[in-house]
Design a protein around this ligand. Sequence first.
Ligand SMILES: *Cc1c(COP(=O)(O)O)cnc(C)c1O
Length: 400
Amino acid sequence: MKSSDFIKLEENYGAHNYRPLDVVIAKGEGIWLWDVDGNRYLDCLSAYSAVNQGHCHPKIMKTLTEQAQRLTLTSRAFRNDQLGLFYKELCDLTRSHKVLPMNSGAEAVETVIKAVRKWGYQVKGVPRDRAEIIVCANNFHGRTIAIVGFSTDEQYREGFGPFAPGFKIIPFGDAGALEKAITPETVGFMVEPIQGEAGVIVPPAGYLAQAKAICEKHRVVFILDEIQTGLGRTGKLLAEEHDNVEADITIIGKALSGGFYPISAVLSNVEVLGVLRPGEHGSTFGGNPLACAVARTALKVLIEEGMVDNAAKMGDYFSSRLQSIRSPHIKEVRGKGLLIGVELKPEAGGARRFCEQLMTKGVLCKETHEHTVRFAPPLIITQQEIDWAFERIEPVLAGD
Ligand SMILES: *Cc1c(COP(=O)(O)O)cnc(C)c1O
């Protein structure tokens, strides 16, 4: 079958809820991907930061296949011999006290909304059904009804109402706006350390620390969505470390399995997750032994193989090379670690055509929010490989 045949199948039988680049990938290894015709590409998206450890990491693959032959799913009706070890290792690594495992990022966000509301009623004493959660404009927290209900992107919301009440939207990066928005009924403030989907928007230095202090003062749960920024992407294990803060709740997902298996987790102190009682929340696959075993190895290789430090070093290098491009199209290069956005001027005609050109040169990127190209390769990339990519990126971004 040719690539066009695979594309036709997808178009004919699948819902059209994505607009992918027309490259049909058949194989991945480390930072590289191969299409069905055998062409090789350097992956600069990492499945939206889910394959930080590189494609088909051999150690994670070994764990996946071994665990799959032993035990895959028990449901939480019974205990399994991976879950507790996964909890302990994850808590030790992230200095958390409690974990709640789910499958996707959006599910973990939903879990947090439930837990924080309940904490508000039971612990903070907010009157029944009055709890309010503050979020930021241009947020991305997933695609469920509750979550798109507090998106400010019309495309995410249009035609999907009615939405759940109980959310208030404030500008991102503005600590003063947070303080003003808080009322006695505010139970949580949820924010991304860097807004990835919005176009890699980095808030002012010190913003997270200010937000945390304001939350503490008003007894509001400070929630960081680190589904994209976490697990080494920004050059720290969690992006909160850049600001020296510890969130009350941290949400992780994506790279938690190195791209092998859907798993997400809510990390918290004892007080908030402590309000959930048996039967109040759950998921058939959440916390299954296959996911837990895979995640344990995915975390282990992230640390043991120095991927977090490499992301910091290679991120600085890649950013400085991108900064050096002289191009009439580029408005700004920004980001942290290996989460880098190159925002193009509106006159450049959108980022999509640049991504399509990069694809023909062997570099896979995806536009985010119309005018920004995101560069987020697996965290194992080397300087020589960045140079290889850069030789292809520079002429495309500098060209017409
Ligand atoms: C990807 C992402 C999500 C949603 O995760 P899914 O696994 O796609 O549901 C939520 N928040 C952020 C910041 C993300 O990048």
